[in-house]
Design a protein around this ligand. Structure first.
Ligand code: HMG
Ligand code: MG
Length: 306
């Protein structure tokens, strides 16, 4: 299979961590309910392709996200390996379900805007913290690692532009509940490179260094890879991506696919940056998954290599 011609940029890091969200952010937005056996196989193939972190599923209300209602069944099938895969938990009920199955990594997901907090969490912007605070506290008491997401960092479908100060306030509050990492989500994929730099500068000024930040781009406007490169140059070394560009969010209008893992890997390997990912196996996985879903992957790299 064709590989990119590697030209090292000495100003960039030697390695980057890819945080794979396809099984969660990808499949949560599929209209069809994917059989749990297929999800299990998808995750095993991602492991085999070398993805170091794979977010497996969500312990959210099954009525809110029926696509992931099989979370407990999936985790049981994944066994010991699954316990190291992060899962989303919005509240203490979700945490209880994750604890019962021995999960060691959970992620809370806050909103930078009032409207999305209401639509995604059934809480106001302020009320979301009252839901997350005891969840993170108990997770930490049980020795779990907690990631915090903040959504709508670059724009909101109902509110339009989102002030950078507001994003930093919410993100810092979520992080300070006891998270080890804060993932900044461009949920609807509207961000551009200058905005990425300004947001990262603002987080750095508020005391959150690039080392505790991850970037979570969606590719709605085709900006995800450019935005990732800008964040990489800034100093971020963890990037969320989804195999084959699957994904979206059922509660965010126009949140189409995530940055495709293959597109990110092609760029990083071209820059001589190690990811641990076997691109050939990953592309084969996305081609197989596209077959299961009955439509082609939107990833340009998958299309080019398949
Ligand atoms: P609610 O209706 O306000 O819940 O939903 P509640 O606390 O009032 O409880 C009502 C009932 O639900 C109770 O049952 C609870 O036990 C039950 P009852 O006593 O009436 O029989 N319940 C639960 N059951 C199972 N699991 C749970 C759970 N919690 C309560 N965890 C809630 C509030 C947060 C639960 C709901 O709004 C919800 O599940 N939201 C999830 C939405 C979601 O998953 N969105 C997608 C993920 S976010 C995303 O994709 C963005 C991201 O990718 C980053 C980016 O792109 O920006 C992360
Ligand atoms: Mg997302």
């Amino acid at each position: 299979m064709r590989e990119p011609h590697t030209v090292v940029d000495p100003s960039l890091p030697d390695s980057v961590t890819i945080y794979e969200v396809g099984p969660r952010d990808g499949l949560q937005n599929e209209k069809a309910i994917i059989p749990v056996e297929t999800k299990h196989q998808f995750i095993e193939r991602l492991v085999d392709a070398g993805l170091p972190i794979i977010e497996a599923t969500s312990f959210v209300h099954p009525k809110w996200v029926p696509q992931l209602a099989d979370a407990a069944d999936l985790m049981a099938r994944l066994g010991e390996a699954g316990r190291n895969m992060p899962v989303l938990v919005p509240n203490e009920r979700g945490l209880d379900r994750a604890l019962e199955l021995g999960c060691r990594h959970v992620a809370i997901f806050g909103s930078a805007t009032e409207t999305f907090a209401q639509r995604n969490l059934n809480r106001s912007l302020d009320e979301q913290f009252a839901m997350f605070e005891p969840t993170v506290k108990r997770a930490r008491e049980h020795g779990l690692d907690v990631r915090a997401y903040v959504s709508m960092c670059f724009g909101d479908p109902w509110e339009g532009n989102v002030p950078i100060d507001q994003v930093v306030d919410v993100g810092k509050r979520l992080y300070e509940l006891g998270a080890s990492q804060l993932s900044l989500g461009d949920t609807i994929g509207v961000g551009t490179t200058g905005h990425v730099t300004a947001l990262l500068d603002a987080f750095n000024a508020a005391g959150l260094a690039d080392g505790v930040l991850a970037m979570h781009f969606h590719d709605t406007y085709g900006q995800a890879l450019a935005n990732a490169h800008t964040a990489l140059q800034h100093g971020v070394t963890t990037f969320d991506a989804s195999a084959g560009g699957l994904g979206g969010c059922p509660y965010a209008e126009s949140a189409t696919g995530n940055l495709a893992t293959e597109d990110l890997v092609w760029m990083l390997h071209g820059l001589g940056i190690d990811t641990g990912v076997d691109l050939e196996k990953l592309v084969a996985t996305s081609v197989w998954m596209a077959d299961q879903l009955g439509r082609p992957s939107p990833s340009r790299v998958v299309q080019a290599l398949a």
